[in-house]
Design a protein around this ligand. Structure first.
Ligand code: FRU
Length: 485
């Protein structure tokens, strides 16, 4: 693995030509995806500024151009008309002011229907590498220009550590107030959400207090990327707690969880109806963000980084890694969350694959389960060995997923076997394979599992126990991979 110096990681990109050769080389990779958003070069991580505005979906991501390494972060911009076909738009926000001199970190979008605003974290470091995070604002004009507000909305709160970032902006109609939720860490190293309020979107922001989440005062050492949405008459709070291990997550100390309940904006309290749940039970899912400005009241739309902090992936050797998960529709039915990829994904189906036991690397697999224990192996070798193994234990209503038998192994230390607990008996599984990723949805989305996976030439078979009926479609591509900087 390449060792990066700080200078290399924080090098400023001055001209697109500086990464053209890198892009050409990466295009030749066997592991480029076809219907997932992925970086043209280097590393992509959190989704940012996900919003619907004037007929267009805007989705940015944290981007480090030089290689698969966390360094100077940009917002890279992609757009879509349908949440399925995405095109590259180039850099969305450059780290080019004193307030963001060491990176434009995560944040969200807000549309007034007329104007589109982006709220982000300016990651400032001084010559001694001491960090000061600023909450900053920019406007994306109709003609595609980005205008940064010259001064930040506010700087760090003195009662918390340097970890204060990832503004999520919402407007609460009932008291006609704008709110910013900010991921933070208290001085006794607990994960928190800070709240700032204003009567105006573009100015007047003041600290209102810490979000109270009764029962969750002690979960993890930092809460990254808080996001909130209303689905029907419930609020759903999503965040990424760090620096702690949680049940069902192997040795990982980075998680993405949700609470369903009610947000009391007056008293800055989120009342959860029940226990937290993992947004996704897989290895590679983090920093999820809701799309802003979704007009339908019965659903929310969310995407996430397919990857985790502190983890390493085989394509690092090729100087790129990371992608975003398929945008998902979230619904709450009988107080339970269901997540499915946006339904437009159906449009990608091409011909159906004959059940010969050969598995395309880019495919949709729909599975019906007729009862009992079951076994599904994907990407096995032609002699049936190896592969990604899914085993369903009907008595425990639990699916165990094991990636340790794949040829290319990675992140072994956090564990290569995880379990997905289901509340209902297993009835169906939908799997979306895209060359180096697998997204799995159980029981019409009552639980999901996302993982990167890097099948080699020999790993292109599958086996299923007789109580599983499979239908497989080839999928066409829907995301451009053009060199736009
Ligand atoms: C989450 C995160 C955010 C931060 C960004 C920096 O992965 O650490 O908290 O804004 O990544 O890239």
């Amino acid at each position: 693995m390449k060792e990066w110096t700080t200078e290399e990681r924080y090098r400023v990109l001055k001209d697109a030509s500086e990464i053209r050769d890198l892009y050409d080389r990466i295009q030749a990779s066997d592991y480029r995806q076809t219907y997932h958003i992925q970086p043209i070069t280097g590393l992509s991580s959190d989704p940012n500024g996900f919003i619907y505005h004037k007929g267009i979906w805007h989705l940015y991501y944290q981007w480090c151009p030089w290689g698969a390494v966390h360094g100077l972060k940009y917002w890279y911009h992609t757009t879509s008309k349908d949440l399925l076909h995405w095109q590259n738009e180039g850099v969305g926000i450059h780290p080019d002011t004193i307030y963001d001199n060491k990176g434009v970190h995560s944040g969200s979008g807000f549309s007034t229907d007329e104007e589109l605003y982006l709220f982000y974290t300016g990651n400032h470091r001084d010559e001694n590498w001491v960090r000061t995070p600023y909450t900053c604002l920019a406007q994306l004009t109709e003609d595609g220009q980005l205008i940064k507000q010259p001064e930040p909305l506010f700087g760090p709160h003195p009662d918390y550590t340097e970890h204060q970032r990832d503004p999520k902006v919402v407007y609460h109609e009932a008291n006609q107030t704008y709110y910013i939720l900010l991921g933070a860490q208290s001085k006794d190293l607990k994960g928190k959400v800070l709240i700032y309020t204003s009567k105006e979107l573009l100015q007047g922001w003041t600290f209102a207090g810490e979000l109270k989440v009764p029962g969750y005062e002690d979960l993890g050492g930092m809460w990254e990327c808080p996001s909130i949405a209303r689905i029907g008459d419930k609020d759903i709070l999503v965040f990424s707690p760090q620096y702690t291990k949680l049940p069902r997550r192997g040795n990982s100390t980075n998680h993405n969880i949700y609470l369903i309940g009610n947000m009391d904006y007056e008293n800055l309290t989120f009342h959860a109806d029940g226990e937290y749940r993992h947004l996704d039970y897989g290895f590679d899912f983090y920093a999820a963000q809701f799309a802003a400005n979704v007009k339908e009241e019965d659903k929310a739309i969310l995407t996430a980084w397919m990857g985790l902090p502190d983890n390493h992936y085989p394509t690092e050797e090729e100087d790129w890694e990371g992608s975003l998960v398929l945008p998902r529709e979230l619904r709450i039915v009988n107080d339970k969350l269901y997540q499915l990829p946006v339904q437009q994904i159906r449009e990608l189906r091409q011909e159906k694959v004959d059940p010969t036991g050969r598995l395309p690397w880019v495919a949709e697999v729909q599975v019906k389960h007729t009862g009992g224990n079951a076994q599904l192996t994907l990407f096995s070798k032609s002699d049936g060995t190896g592969g990604l193994q899914l085993s369903y234990d009907a008595a425990r209503k639990t699916v165990t997923i094991d990636r340790s038998q794949m040829e290319l192994r990675f992140n072994e230390a956090i564990g290569e076997v995880l379990e997905v607990p289901l509340e209902e008996d297993l009835t169906d599984i939908a799997l979306y394979l895209d060359r180096s990723s697998v997204e799995i949805f159980f029981n019409k989305g009552e639980a999901t599992f996302t993982t990167h996976l890097y099948p080699t030439e020999q790993e292109s078979s599958y086996q299923a126990s007789p109580n599983l009926d499979l239908e497989i479609w080839m999928l066409r591509s829907s995301v451009t991979d053009d060199f736009v900087v």
